[in-house]
Design a protein around this ligand. Structure first.
Ligand SMILES: [Zn+2]
Length: 479
């Protein structure tokens, strides 16, 4: 009989999916379902055959409970992962186990809970900070016995963050899991890490293969990661640390840092950082400004304007003037150099690259430009002080110079800034901001975005958005 119900429900889902496409994606499930809240869960992407009515909440996908009250407040087409924990709350999430968890014996999970909290707190680059407080009167997450409410093969269940930005408010532990088997310390720790992950907005990494629908993929993660602690159906696993992509996801959702608006009087549309406070910029007319190191931009436009400016880690400053001539700053004026270029990038005095009007690539050898266009052309070039050179090719792909050719890397970008091999930042056409983590682009979340970014050799990173507002990055990234 159970098998029969499963088949029926699967058929309903297939039928429903087809029908919603005919309706231009508008989910009119309310007319089709007796229970509007179940219909809402389905419209949010949960499978009908994975939803159990438990009274004042639904248990979905085996271990996620969603309160009917919370559900009734949500718009029908939103995915659960839209609600993350607020910036002010994620840095101070109070967790406690209540007295339904025994204080001694194998059912006392308190040690493992505190270990799991330490694990989330240990992610460099993420501001997730939880603390365990047994005496908290108003904890954010209460860990309690399931009191017999979970199925025998479900070890624990948790809630997602609320629409107001609070963490999922409880984790229930099935103290009689699998007919009261003894669960190892490591497995308890694994499961609490997993459930805390749900409470702060993570869905299952393996949602596709589990048949769960419409989860939103975290930027920069592959969508399938067998080592992720957030895989579903892993109740018997032992804790072996976060996967690299778990860490990337935690950084993407809760970046430990921010872009500080420092726009005192006037706006800039291109910015260039050598290192530290050696920061230069161009305004909308191409006039040149230099950061005074504390609170303002000094106009240092002795002669005309620039289309483009770049600063090396050694203080070398070059630009492109309005006649497309490369020019070098000598401390008081711009000296015109040979060549015709539209963009220039200075890693240091010995690492200067440029692009001409035909997108051909040149390197300055100290007295002239050497054409090094072995394969195709670039829209943009970026040189570091250690010889690292990246570019953006004509298909908007990031490319890395290997000494003889351009190696295409993942992503679609508009510009890149390179300080050195380990400090490479970029933006795309949606003004999203990325840092290269050695194997991929980590999205450095910022709601407004940047149109131009520049990183200095000491890791200082500045940017401007399309409105000319100027930002300085304050990040503590592990890569
Ligand atoms: Zn889960």
């Amino acid at each position: 009989m159970k098998y029969f119900i499963f088949i029926i429900c699967t058929f309903v889902i297939i039928f429903y999916s087809c029908e919603s496409k005919i309706d231009n994606g508008i989910n009119n499930s309310f007319e089709q379902k007796d229970d509007p809240l179940v219909a809402k869960l389905i419209s949010m992407g949960f499978r009908a055959d994975m939803i159990e009515d438990k009274g004042d909440y639904y248990l979905v996908e085996g271990d996620i409970s969603i309160s009917k009250k919370e559900l009734s407040l949500q718009k029908p087409t939103q995915a659960m992962t839209q609600y993350l924990v607020s910036d002010s709350k994620i840095i101070n999430v109070i967790v406690k186990a209540d007295n339904s968890i025994p204080s001694s014996g194998v059912d006392n999970w308190r040690y493992e809970i505190q270990q799991a909290i330490n694990d989330w707190n240990s992610i460099n680059g993420s501001k997730i900070t939880m603390s365990y407080n047994e005496s908290a009167s108003n904890p954010d997450i209460t860990i309690m016995s399931d009191n017999g409410s979970l199925n025998d093969n479900v070890i624990a269940a948790s809630e997602f963050p609320s629409s107001s930005g609070n963490p999922g408010w409880r984790i229930r532990i099935n103290l009689d899991f699998l007919s009261n088997m003894t669960v190892s310390l490591s497995t308890k720790q694994y499961n609490i890490v997993h459930e805390l992950g749900h409470c702060i907005g993570f869905r299952h990494t393996n949602w596709v293969s589990r048949g769960e629908e419409n989860a939103v993929t975290v930027p920069g993660t592959p969508g399938d990661d067998p080592n992720s602690v957030m895989n579903g159906g892993t109740a018997l696993y032992s804790w072996n640390g976060f996967s690299n992509y778990d860490i990337s996801a935690a950084i993407a959702l809760y970046t430990d840092g921010y872009w500080q608006n420092i726009t005192p009087g006037g706006r800039l549309y291109q910015i260039a950082v050598g290192s530290g406070n050696d920061v230069w910029g161009l305004n909308a007319q191409g006039r040149i400004y230099k950061w005074n190191g504390s609170n303002n931009w000094i106009n240092i436009t002795p002669a005309g304007a620039l289309l483009n400016i770049s600063v090396g880690s050694d203080g070398t400053v070059w630009g492109i003037n309005t006649s497309y001539q490369p020019v070098q700053w000598n401390g008081s004026n711009w000296l015109v150099k040979p060549g015709v270029l539209k963009q220039i990038s200075v890693g240091s005095a010995s690492h200067i690259w440029g692009i001409n009007l035909s997108n051909r690539i040149y390197q300055w050898n100290g007295s002239t430009w050497i054409n090094i266009t072995p394969a195709g052309a670039l829209k943009y070039v970026a040189a570091g002080n250690d010889g690292t050179v990246w570019g953006v090719n004509m298909s908007n792909q990031p490319v890395l110079w290997n000494g003889s050719d351009w190696v295409v890397k993942s992503g679609v970008l508009t510009m890149i800034s390179v300080a050195n091999n380990s400090n490479v930042w970029a933006v795309n056409s949606q003004q999203k901001i990325f840092k290269w983590n050695g194997s991929g682009w980590q999205n450095i979340t910022y709601q407004g975005g940047l149109a131009d970014v520049s990183v200095g050799s000491d890791g200082s990173v500045w940017g401007v958005n399309s409105s000319g507002l100027i930002y300085k990055g304050n990040f503590n990234l592990p890569f």
